[in-house]
Design a protein. Structure first.
Length: 132
């Protein structure tokens, strides 16, 4: 009986720990544009995870849609891109649902040198334009 309660308790603990991870992460959490972009993404209930990088004249947003929305991920990315381009027309906005871009942007979050961040963003823009 005690084993059953212990195993149920461990399962509940593990499941609750998995859900506590923050899903929308930004390179500069204090930036006003970043906060507004984060709010815009939170309004869209079909985005599961997002990484936001705002530097200079570039806005890069890598998204992952919820599992049942995956067949519409390109449409969701275009919709978010359109919203962000309307709001910040003088910025170069890139929104992508490509997993490689999400992964590379995640690695970019720990970079402290802004010059390297800008170089990496240029590289990611080229990756996004490639057709695979």
């Amino acid at each position: 009986m005690v084993r059953r309660f212990l195993s149920v308790g461990i399962c509940v603990f593990l499941l609750s720990a998995c859900g506590a991870k923050e899903q929308i992460v930004a390179y500069d959490e204090q930036d006003e544009k970043t906060i507004e972009i984060k709010q815009e993404i939170e309004k869209m209930n079909n985005i599961h995870k997002a990484k936001i990088v705002v530097t200079g004249q570039d806005i890069l947003v890598a998204i992952e849609v919820k599992p049942w929305q995956s067949f519409k991920e390109q449409k969701i990315a275009r919709e978010l891109q359109k919203k962000l381009e309307e709001k910040w027309s003088h910025y170069d906005v890139l929104v992508s649902s490509d997993f490689k871009l999400l992964w590379e942007t995640d690695k970019l979050m720990s970079e402290e040198d802004e010059q390297k961040v800008n170089e990496k963003i240029e590289h990611l823009k080229k990756l996004a334009k490639e057709e695979t």
